[in-house]
Write a protein that binds this ligand. Structure first.
Ligand SMILES: *[C@@H]1O[C@H](CO)[C@@H](O)[C@H](O)[C@H]1NC(C)=O
Ligand SMILES: *[C@@H]1O[C@H](CO)[C@@H](O)[C@H](O)[C@H]1NC(C)=O
Length: 499
């Protein structure tokens, strides 16, 4: 009897092992998985594969971030360097001495039509006294308000008569009438809501020069002026560590690179930092900057560009040279779920996110609070682990189709050239035929980490971007077939850091 039970345990085990080997064998034949990859069943109809070549991953991680981060660059990547500023040189990078939040001013920009929606979350997070003292924060808007202890400055109040006559400036003048007629620019779905004067966002460009002028004039002992918008989050401890490598007496202007009309500048939404040295070299030398560039401001549309242009006029360059990514990486023009994670940025610190929802701001703050910065900065991989990886699945229906490095469509599949790590051209070219075939093609390419499939199209990428799915009950489900996306998280986890 005992013997029987024993056999009874061995037989199913034998069957399981046999099934497994048949599965693996079938798999090797059918999918042409490159040598060394061992598929492991992880969910019905899906499989996750270990990355094969840690050396390749390490080599990749070694490369600089210069590779353009597609979809998220706010403007074209410049093709030429501007002249190097005379007084800035690499010797001004110095050893960390421990920059504190008391050494910086946080310039926070909002506007009357979005303030009530976007600012309160920051009062519970970004402006927390355990993070930065309120005397180091200035909130700038285009209408004066008071919320609790916070006095919100109307930074356009000193605008000249000439500016006040401008067509684009009219929403500023109309704001008072909204107030006087008991309207609320809150859009919180409560009776009495109004959107505020139309075109209110156009006022934004007028704010940048007066903000910098005001902050530098009123807080002359600050070493750095850190700018952020109301739909951004800045990991302050990370950024302070970064800024501490630069001498604040030199003219530094650091952020996410953008480019318009031949001017290089720091993209406003990504946040940026201006050293006291840069302020003194420009605004400090000329108290009439706002007036002097009224015409330029009138003729251009983006305040961050206007500021960058003005700084250049006074010899303050963006970074040291625009294409050295020491001066611009880590400031992101998008949020964590619409940014690419790749070996090149995996181990780098993150300074900012833009287009943040209030929920994201809360999550970033929680993560920052729980982080031990003594052990090291928050890196892209840490954000990935905390806020991206939990959403990834081997396969998800109704998920956005972001993957894009390679696209195989029925119309061009026959001539599609696979990347060199793909052993089977056949597997690659048949990627468009089904969800399974698309997934198999991704697996056959050693660098592939995400794929998506729709009708007769398979897209694959060597970087990962979370995007978002279309939930049940969403009307978009009525208007198309389901996109199917999938990720290979085990390969992502194998991206290496040189530590
Ligand atoms: C406007 O001008 C007054 C008087 O010069 C000054 O005290 C104030 O700080 C200015 N406001 C801003 C926002 O620059
Ligand atoms: C995603 O798929 C839809 C079709 O459902 C298409 O219209 C859209 O252009 C695709 N988006 C991207 C980013 O490829």
């Amino acid at each position: 009897m005992r013997q029987f039970y024993k056999d009874n345990r061995i037989v199913p085990l034998g069957i399981m092992l046999l099934t497994f080997f048949i599965f693996v064998y079938h798999f090797e034949l059918g999918r042409q998985v490159p040598l060394g990859e061992i598929p492991a069943a992880s969910a019905p109809n899906t499989f996750v594969v270990e990355s094969t070549d840690p050396k390749a991953a390490a080599k990749y991680a070694d490369e600089t971030v210069d590779q353009p981060v597609h979809h998220t660059i706010p403007s074209p990547v410049p093709s030429a360097k501007p002249p190097i500023s005379t007084s800035t040189s690499s010797h001004s990078l110095h050893q960390a001495k421990g920059l504190a939040t008391d050494d910086v001013i946080l310039m926070f920009k909002t506007g009357a039509t979005v303030l009530w929606k976007r600012v309160p979350i920051h009062m519970a997070t970004t402006f927390s006294p355990n993070r930065i003292d309120s005397k180091n924060i200035i909130i700038y808007s285009d209408y004066h308000e008071t919320i609790g202890q916070w006095d919100i400055i109307d930074v356009l109040s000193n605008s000249s008569d000439k500016v006040r006559k401008s067509e684009t400036f009219q929403p500023y003048l109309q704001q008072q009438d909204y107030e006087d007629r008991q309207n609320y620019a809150e859009m919180s779905n409560v009776p009495g809501d109004a959107a505020g004067p139309s075109g209110g966002w156009k006022l934004d460009k007028y704010k940048f020069l007066p903000i910098i002028e005001h902050a530098g004039r009123n807080k002359p002992s600050a070493k750095w002026y850190i700018f952020m918008e109301d739909d951004s989050y800045i990991f302050l401890p990370n950024l302070l560590r970064h800024l501490d490598q630069f001498d604040h007496k030199d003219p530094w202007y650091l952020g996410s690179l953008a480019w318009i009309h031949g001017d290089y500048f720091a993209h406003g939404g990504s946040g940026f930092a201006l050293s006291r040295g840069a302020w003194e070299k420009s605004f400090g030398k000329d108290p009439k900057i706002v007036e002097k560039f009224e015409k330029f401001t009138e003729e251009h549309g983006c305040g961050d560009h206007i500021l960058g242009h003005v700084l250049h006029e006074y010899g303050v360059q963006f970074g040291e040279t625009t294409d050295d990514n020491r001066f611009r990486y880590g400031f992101n023009p998008e949020s964590h779920w619409s940014t690419w994670y790749e070996p090149a940025n995996w181990c780098k610190p993150v300074y900012s996110w833009h287009h943040t929802h209030s929920k994201d701001v809360a999550r970033f703050y929680n993560l920052e609070q729980s982080w031990d910065f003594e052990k090291g900065p928050l890196r892209y991989r840490d954000i990935y682990e905390a806020l991206v990886a939990p959403y990834l699945r081997p396969r998800a229906e109704w998920w956005d189709n972001w993957s894009g490095k390679y696209e195989i469509k029925s119309s061009m599949a026959a001539s599609a050239e696979p990347p060199s790590t793909v052993k089977s051209t056949e597997t690659w070219r048949s990627a468009w035929t089904s969800v399974d075939a698309c997934e198999a093609a991704c697996i056959s390419w050693a660098d592939c980490v995400q794929w998506s499939f729709y009708e007769d199209r398979c897209k694959m990428d060597s970087m990962v971007l979370l995007g978002n799915g279309i939930p049940e009950g969403d009307s978009r489900r009525q208007t198309s077939l389901p996109w199917v996306s999938g990720w290979l998280p085990r390969r992502i986890e194998n991206w290496a850091c040189q530590e």
